[in-house]
Design a protein around this ligand. Sequence first.
Ligand code: GLU
Length: 433
Amino acid sequence: MTVTRFAPSPTGNLHVGNVRTALHNYLWAKRAGGTFMLRIDDTDLERSKEEYVDGIRADLAWLGLNPDGEVRQSARFGLYEAQFEKLKAAGRVYACYETPQELDLRRKILLGRGLPPVYERPDPNAPVPEGRTPHWRFKLDHDKPIEWVDMVRGAQKFEPKLLSDPVIRRADGSWLYMLPSAIDDVDMGITHVVRGEDHVTNTATQIQMFEALGAAPPQFAHEALLTGKEGKLSKRLGSLGMDAFKDMGIEPISIAALLARLGTSDPVEPVTSLEPLVATIDFSRFGRAPARFDEEELAALNARILHQMPFGDVASRLPQGMDEVAWTAIRPNLTILSDVESWWSIVKGPVAGERAPEDAEFLAEAATVAEGLDWSADPWSALTAGLKASTTRTGKSLFLPLRRALTAMDHGPDMKALLPLIDKNDAISRLRG
Ligand code: GLU
């Protein structure tokens, strides 16, 4: 049974990078018929806000990435405490008394000597400094090289002596991210941890935590980070939330379609549901280079997706009275869904059609031809065939004045599909002008 989790800290809104991680966890779980969990990492009670928790849930729902369950770290402090005591008894957790200033000075000395700034364990027999409350570190096993085969990065190897024992608990008793995350991954039965490559070193130390907790580590997929179009970690990317995309008229499926394939060796495709993305997620096809996110690419993809969107998927968001035939006629002209309103008002009228004086006679003839047509049987082909026969016009000089008179536009949906949507009498009066 595959179980994944998306573990945001509710200290802000989800941005594109978070959503990409959530999506990949969701797709991976669903591909295996497994479970996708939401874990709210709210151990930092001061910075975590309920409004962000609500926002995270709402964004996931909007994207269609519905979790199969949710847990909150703030409700699990008892579990962390119990595991902490066990690790302490086993000698895998120890008290530290250095101040940040002392640690900083030590780092500078090591760097000055050209040595890696790895935390040096205190002498266990040294006297406890007076008046200081300890914070706590996890003791890495220096004799055990850390290795795993990452689903994206392949074989990974870390020498524990070159890593600092991570601080897991502050002097005030509050928890840092590292240990609660490992405890939860064990307790929740997480089989695959999918997250950004900024967590690779954390994984090295967490692998030893899993072992110290008596559990086999899950599998890991560390994906290359997302950057802006220029290949830089742009500020804009870090602040682009789902509300911004909603305001731009981007469909949630467009975001998923792009983020599922960006930075992989599979092409971005204009899918209209998550299923094809579920069926094709494959971490071995993820690249090591940063994935470049381009808003223009997203906008173009959004248009391509709308051009294929089934009526049933958008029906509730379409103007009153617009049916499947009308949707199919109009969707090739949409960039964002709300553009449908202006095309629908052209269909329904009133439209003040445009006419050049030299086209007046031709359009009067068009109105006469239109009067004799059966509107239920391809009136556009019949109209243009009739006008070719009764006038000398062909090509653009035939089609453009008709389009302008009927729609007041130079471009738009295929007239063969559009004209039957316009009421016959209305079309005749637009041609008459
Ligand atoms: N709360 C952590 C973060 O947002 C979770 C990392 C993880 O997936 O373990 O970075």
